[in-house]
Design a protein around this ligand. Structure first.
Ligand code: PEP
Ligand code: MN
Length: 379
């Protein structure tokens, strides 16, 4: 695929600052939009946001003010001197937003999940020079997120950014949308120059946790935040529990520690290097030990094959699982990690023993000669 273009937002946001997008979840009235945006701008927002068309889960929920709200957000931009961003979910939304003078568009999580919608938006953006931000899809599918970025990039949009807002869960726990940080981290690994903005409001669904997630976003070296800010959050028509007042936004921001990816201090660098040397050696040791362990697994595989014994003996596996988790807990590892680790080792062990006893290649070769032919599995 062609490369996805990078930070050329066209707005004066210094490279070393975290980008702040703030404003209400929804534009409700002209006064509420203006006051919320002015409050956000006072707290240092670089870009203002407001939802005009709201994708609501249930039909009785407030679905946004619609077209009538466009002049309100545009006016808020003019009064504060800040660019304004809204969500678009169809070609018509794009046309109306651009005609009204909206500066930046974003594609919401539900739209990103639908390639037809993304393509419709891409088609109408062809030849239009507007920055576009793409939220992750509601489901944790990195390729779908990348696919949306590629569709918009292929339409010729050169100013692109990504917004991480977590993933839908059946029953919300601490978070409204689970932050599986490994997905935006992998997006960053594949596209190192693409700006990734974190949306603590939709991740948490809870205003008390906004600064915690924002801090984590800084600590993982993401590029900024989208934080819902409302002049009167408790009476907001959408997402009341997660919105901050402008003063609360200022307070949350003031608590953040702006850590950097690195510093020039030679003592710090020398200490870090020594610790990293240890880590590098330990990783090598762990991988070599795993290699030895799998050698033993293969030997067991031969032994079981020759004696016609199954790969899996449930008692043995239960004992292994429990005893290894205990050892891992004593070694200071978390229970979740311990479980995942033991499972991964055991899966690989089964795969290695299976390779000795019964390979898919051997099965396919037999089926081909029996006339079933190779099986294709297009997605
Ligand atoms: C929003 O930003 O108001 C919104 C609807 O977000 P998401 O698409 O992440 O649900
Ligand atoms: Mn919202």
């Amino acid at each position: 695929m062609q490369p996805i273009p990078v930070r050329q937002w066209g707005w004066p946001i210094p490279e070393n600052e975290h980008i702040l997008i703030a404003g209400p979840c929804s534009a409700e009235t002209a006064e509420q939009t203006l006051a919320s945006c002015q409050g956000a701008a006072r707290q240092g927002a670089h870009i203002l946001r407001a939802g005009i068309w709201k994708p609501r889960t249930r039909p009785e929920a407030f679905a946004g003010i619609g077209e009538a709200g466009l002049p309100w957000i545009v006016e808020a931009g003019q009064v504060t001197g800040k660019p304004v961003a809204i969500e678009v979910a169809s070609a018509r939304h794009v046309e109306l937003a651009l005609k009204a003078g909206v500066d930046i568009l974003w594609i919401g999580a539900r739209s990103t999940a639908n390639p037809f919608t993304v393509q419709e938006i891409a088609d109408v953006l062809r030849g239009v020079d507007v920055p576009v931000l793409i939220k992750n899809p509601v489901n944790p599918d990195l390729d779908l997120w990348i696919g949306a970025l590629e569709r918009i990039a292929l339409a010729g949009v050169s100013r692109l950014g990504a917004i991480f807002r977590g993933f839908s869960v059946y029953k919300p726990g601490i978070y409204r949308n689970a932050p599986m940080w490994e997905l935006p981290i992998e997006l960053r690994r594949q596209f190192p120059t693409l700006d990734i903005i974190v949306d603590p409001s939709h991740i948490t669904g809870n205003r008390s946790l906004i600064s915690y997630i924002a801090q984590h976003a800084i600590d993982l070296d993401f590029n900024g935040f989208m934080i819902e800010t409302h002049i009167d959050p408790d009476h907001a028509l959408s997402d009341a529990a997660q919105q901050l007042t402008p003063d609360q936004l200022g307070e949350a921001l003031s608590r953040l520690v702006h850590r950097r990816p690195s510093v020039d201090d030679p003592e710090f660098l020398a200490n870090l290097e020594a610790l990293r040397y240890d880590i590098d050696n330990l990783d090598q040791e762990i991988i070599r030990s795993l290699g030895q362990r799998m050698e033993v697994s293969r030997e067991i595989g031969h032994f079981k094959r020759d004696n016609e014994v199954t790969i899996l003996q449930m008692n043995r596996w239960s004992n292994i699982f429990e005893s290894r988790v205990q050892t891992a807990l004593q070694a200071g590892l978390s229970e979740d990690f311990a479980r995942d680790l033991i499972q991964a080792i055991h899966n690989e062990s089964i795969r290695q023993q299976g390779g000795v006893m019964n390979t898919p290649a051997a099965v396919l070769a037999k089926e081909t000669t029996a006339g079933m032919g190779p099986v294709n599995n297009p997605t």
